[in-house]
Design a protein around this ligand. Structure first.
Ligand code: GLN
Ligand code: ZN
Length: 756
C-alpha cells in the first residue's frame, strides 16, 4: 500500500532554489566586496537575507519539506571541497579567511591560478573542479550545512540540508596525479560525511538530501560499485538523519537499481523527460520500501507543467513505492525566480510560463492532487491547452523553406584555402581575437540609457560607432592581422540575436546564475524562428569601412543559441535547430554580400548539449553538425568560415568539430597548456588554439605566449596555425587586454622570425 505525503515522509519539495537574489543582490554584493567597497560582514548579511527570504517564501507556499544549504557565495562544489578541507594548498596557504580562500580558488590570483571551471552536467551552470590527489586528506573543516540548518531553525523553519553526494563529488574532481583516480579516496571521504550526518542529526535534522547527479551519465562498474559502497556505508550508520538521494538530469540507468536497494529512505528521480525512465522506475521492485519523489515538474525549463501528464507519471509509482510525493526534476537553480516580475512579456506567452516561484506552486498543487485532495487543475490545463493551440507559434513560410533547405556542398579545404589566401593575403601565423573587446563602463551606460529611453537611437548608434572605431584603431595599432568590430552593441552573444529573431521573447528579470557572480538571461524560444532583418551587418560594415585589414563578422551559431535559451518542448530540438540555422544562414549571406570576407560562427556550447549518455551522442551530433553547416555552407569558396569553441571537455566531440568543416577553428587551450592540440592536429584545416587565458586577470608575457605558439607548431604545420586568445575579451579591462595583445603580437613576430 503506497502512502502519499504522510508524516515521516519528505513530502512535496523542490530539490534546490535560485540563490543569486531576485534582483541579483548577491551578484552586486559580491562585486562590491571584491572591489573592497563593502566588508565581509555586509556580504554575509546579504546572503543571510536571501536565505531567509527563500525559506520564508517556500514555507508560505506550502511545501512539505524545504531545502537548506543550496545557497552558495560562489559554487556548491567549491563549498563542498572547502567543507571537507580539500582545497589545494596554493589557496589554503594564502592565510585568508575561509570565504576569501574560496574566492581565491574560484578567481585565481597572480601566483595561484584558479581551479578549472566546467559545465554542470548538460546545464549552463559552471562549477569549479576540485583537485584531488593521492595525498589529499579530508577533514570536516567547515560548518556551512550546520550553520544554515540552524539559521533556518532559528527562524522557526525546519529544513532539509542538501549536500553534494560523496560519489558525485569525487567523480567531478580532477586528479592531480597521473594514474590516480579521485574515486579511490571514497573510503577516506565517507567517514567525514558520517561525521557531518551525525552533527546534523544532533542539531535536529530529520532528513538530509544527497545529490548524485553524476549517475545520469554512463558509469563504469567501478563507479556503480562506489555508489553501492557509499550508500551502504552511510545508510548503515545509526544516529543519522533519514537520507534522500537524488538523481537529476535524466535516466539513472543501473544506478536506479543500486539506489533502490541501498539502505536509504527516499529517492528523488527525474520524471520530467525520458518516458523510458518513467517505465524503469515504475517497474523497479526494490522501491517498495522507499519513498519516491517524482520529479515531474521540470526544473530546467520554463514551461508550465501539464498537470495530467505529470500526475499520470507520478501515479505510475503508486503501488510500486512505499510512498510517493511530487518534486522538481532537479534544483531550480537553472530557472529564473518569478514570472510575476516580467511585465514586458506578451500576456499570452506569460500565461504559458512557470519560473522557480511558479514551479513551487505547481509542486504543491500536484502534490495535493496526488493525495486525492479536491484541487482546481483547470487553470493549469487551460494554459497548456492554450499554448498547444496557438497559431502564432507556426510560421508556414519557415516550414516550407525547411522542406527544401539543405547543406550546400563546399569544395575540399585545399581549394577553398587557396581562394581564401588569394583574397586575404594573410601572413604566416595570423593573429586575431575571438570577437568581443572589453565592455567599458561607457558602453554599458550607453546601452542602459538607450534601453531606458534616455538615449535616442541616433545617439546610441553614434556611441557604438565611435566605440567600434576606437577598437578598430586599437587593433591596427597593436598590429593584429584579422580585426573584429568588438561587439560593443551586444549585451550577450545569444540575447542580442534573440531580440531580433522572430519566435523568441526576452525577459527583463529572468536572470539565471552561470557561475559565481555571473548571470545570464536566457531568451525564451517559443515559436517558429526567422530573421526579419539583418542583425549585425551595419556594425560590421562600419568596422570594415575603417580599415584595409579584413574584419571578421561575428555570429552565434544555432546550437549555442539553443543551448543558452529556454527552448520550446513541443517539437524535436533538431527541428528547432534547423530553423535557427536558416536564420543564421541569412545573416551569413548578407555579411558576405556587404564585402565581409571572414565570418566566425561561434559554437562554444556544442559540447554542452551533448547528451549525458553515449547512446544519445550520435543522433545529437548529427543534427548539431548539420545545423552549423546549414548556417555556414552557403558562402563562396573565398569566404573564410571560422568557428570558436571554449571551456568544455572537447575530447569526445573532436570528430564533430572536424565535421563542422570550418576553415579555421579557434579553441580555448591556454589553461590546459594546449592539451587539446593533439586532437586538433588531424583536422587538416586552420586551428587557433588559445594562447591567453581570458578568465584570469593575469597578463601573459611574450615569452610565455611564444612558447605556447611553438607548442602548437609542434603539432600543426605552420601554414594552418592561427594565434588568438582563449575567448572573447568582454569581461576583461583594457589595462589587461592591451598589454596582453601587445605581447601576443610580439610573440608571433618572434616566432615568425625564427621560422623564416
Ligand atoms: N564572439 C564571442 C565573444 O568574443 C564569443 C564568446 C564565447 O565564446 N563565449 O565574446
Ligand atoms: Zn569562447
Amino acid at each position: 500500500m503506497t502512502e502519499i505525503g504522510t508524516v515521516g515522509t519528505v513530502g512535496t519539495t523542490v530539490l534546490g532554489y535560485p540563490r543569486i537574489g531576485p534582483d541579483r543582490e548577491l551578484k552586486r554584493a559580491l562585486e562590491r566586496y571584491w572591489a573592497h567597497e563593502i566588508d565581509q560582514v555586509a556580504l554575509l548579511e546579504t546572503g543571510r537575507e536571501l536565505r531567509e527570504r527563500t525559506w520564508r517564501d517556500l514555507a508560505a507556499a506550502g511545501l512539505d519539506s524545504i531545502p537548506a544549504g543550496t545557497f552558495s557565495h560562489y559554487d556548491h562544489v567549491l563549498d563542498t571541497a572547502e567543507l571537507f578541507g580539500a582545497l589545494p594548498a596554493r589557496f589554503t596557504g594564502l592565510g585568508l579567511s575561509p570565504l576569501d580562500t574560496c574566492f581565491a580558488a574560484a578567481r585565481g590570483g597572480q601566483d595561484a591560478p584558479a581551479l578549472e571551471m566546467t559545465k554542470w552536467f548538460d546545464t549552463n551552470y559552471h562549477y569549479l573542479v576540485p583537485e584531488l590527489g593521492p595525498d589529499t586528506t579530508f577533514t570536516l573543516a567547515g560548518t556551512k550545512p550546520l550553520d544554515e540548518y540552524r539559521e533556518a531553525k532559528a527562524l522557526g523553519i525546519e529544513t532539509r540540508p542538501v549536500l553534494v553526494g560523496p560519489v558525485t563529488f569525487l567523480l567531478l574532481a580532477k586528479s592531480t596525479t597521473a594514474g590516480f583516480r579521485p574515486l579511490d579516496l571514497l573510503d577516506t571521504l565517507l567517514p567525514r560525511y558520517v561525521d557531518l550526518l551525525h552533527r546534523l542529526h544532533a542539531a535536529g535534522a530529520d532528513w538530509v538530501q544527497l545529490d548524485e547527479p553524476a549517475f545520469a551519465a554512463d558509469r563504469t562498474e567501478a563507479e556503480l560499485n562506489a555508489l553501492i559502497r557509499a550508500y551502504h556505508w552511510l545508510g548503515k550508520e545509526t544516529g543519522r538523519p533519514k537520507l534522500l538521494v537524488t538523481g537529476s538530469f535524466g535516466h539513472l540507468g543501473r544506478a536506479l537499481g543500486v539506489l533502490a536497494r541501498a539502505p536509504i529512505e527516499a529517492l528523488a528521480v527525474d520524471l520530467a523527460g525520458d518516458e523510458s525512465f518513467v517505465d524503469a522506475v515504475a517497474t523497479e521492485p526494490a522501491l517498495r520500501d522507499k519513498e519516491v519523489l517524482a520529479g515531474v515538474v521540470d526544473g530546467r525549463n520554463v514551461w508550465r507543467t501539464d498537470p495530467d501528464r505529470a500526475l499520470g507519471r507520478a501515479a505510475t509509482l503508486l503501488g510500486v513505492a512505499k510512498s510517493v510525493s511530487v518534486a522538481t526534476s532537479c534544483s531550480l537553480l537553472h530557472v529564473p525566480y518569478d514570472v510575476e516580475r516580467e511585465h514586458g512579456l506578451h500576456p499570452r506567452l506569460r500565461g504559458w510560463l512557470a519560473f522557480a516561484r511558479q514551479k513551487v506552486d505547481e509542486v504543491v498543487l500536484l502534490g495535493r492532487a496526488l493525495r486525492g485532495e479536491d484541487v482546481d487543475l483547470s487553470p493549469a490545463r487551460q494554459a497548456v491547452a492554450d499554448r498547444a493551440a496557438a497559431a502564432e507559434l507556426v510560421d508556414e513560410q519557415v516550414r516550407a523553406r525547411l522542406e527544401t533547405a539543405d547543406v550546400t556542398a563546399r569544395p575540399p579545404y585545399v581549394e577553398r584555402a587557396k581562394a581564401q589566401q588569394a583574397a586575404l593575403g594573410l601572413p604566416l601565423l595570423p593573429t586575431t581575437t575571438i570577437g568581443s573587446f572589453p565592455q567599458t563602463a561607457d558602453v554599458r551606460k550607453a546601452r542602459a540609457a538607450h534601453r531606458a529611453g534616455r538615449l535616442d537611437d541616433a545617439g546610441y548608434e553614434a556611441a557604438m560607432r565611435a566605440e567600434i572605431e576606437r577598437v578598430v584603431r586599437l587593433q591596427e595599432d597593436l598590429g593584429l592581422d584579422v580585426l573584429v568590430h568588438g561587439e560593443p552593441e551586444r549585451n550577450d552573444m545569444v540575447q542580442y540575436f534573440a531580440e531580433q529573431l522572430a519566435g523568441f521573447a526576452v525577459t527583463t528579470q529572468g536572470w539565471v546564475q552561470s557561475y559565481g557572480s555571473r548571470c545570464v538571461r536566457p531568451p525564451i524560444l517559443y515559436g517558429d524562428v526567422s530573421r526579419p532583418a539583418p542583425m549585425t551587418v551595419p556594425w560590421t560594415r562600419h568596422a570594415q569601412s575603417l580599415t584595409a585589414k579584413p574584419v571578421k563578422g561575428m555570429l552565434t551559431g544555432p546550437v549555442t543559441i539553443l543551448a543558452w535559451s529556454f527552448v520550446r518542448d513541443d517539437q524535436p530540438l533538431a527541428d528547432t535547430a534547423r530553423q535557427v540555422a536558416l536564420a543564421v544562414r541569412d545573416e551569413v549571406s548578407d555579411l558576405e554580400a556587404t564585402g565581409i570576407r571572414i565570418i566566425q560562427v561561434d559554437e562554444p556550447a556544442l559540447r554542452e548539449l551533448l547528451p549525458l549518455r553515449r547512446s544519445g551522442h550520435d543522433g545529437y551530433l548529427r543534427w548539431a553538425v548539420s545545423a552549423f553547416r546549414l548556417a555556414t555552407s552557403g558562402v563562396a569558396d573565398a569566404t573564410q568560415i571560422h568557428t570558436h569553441l571554449c571551456y568544455s571537455e572537447f575530447g569526445e566531440v573532436l570528430s564533430a568539430i572536424d565535421a563542422l568543416d570550418a576553415d579555421v577553428t579557434s579553441i580555448e587551450a591556454a589553461r590546459s597548456k594546449m592539451e587539446v592540440l593533439t586532437g586538433l592536429a588531424g583536422f587538416g584545416r586552420g586551428v587557433g588554439p588559445g594562447v591567453y587565458d581570458i578568465h584570469s586577470p593575469r597578463v601573459p608575457d611574450a615569452g610565455e605566449i611564444a612558447a605556447l605558439v611553438r607548442t602548437a607548431l609542434g603539432a600543426v604545420p605552420a601554414g594552418r596555425v592561427w594565434v588568438n586568445p582563449d575567448c572573447g575579451l568582454k569581461t576583461r579591462g583594457y589595462r589587461e587586454v592591451e598589454p596582453a595583445l601587445e605581447n601576443l603580437v610580439a610573440a608571433v613576430r618572434e616566432v615568425r622570425a625564427g621560422l623564416a
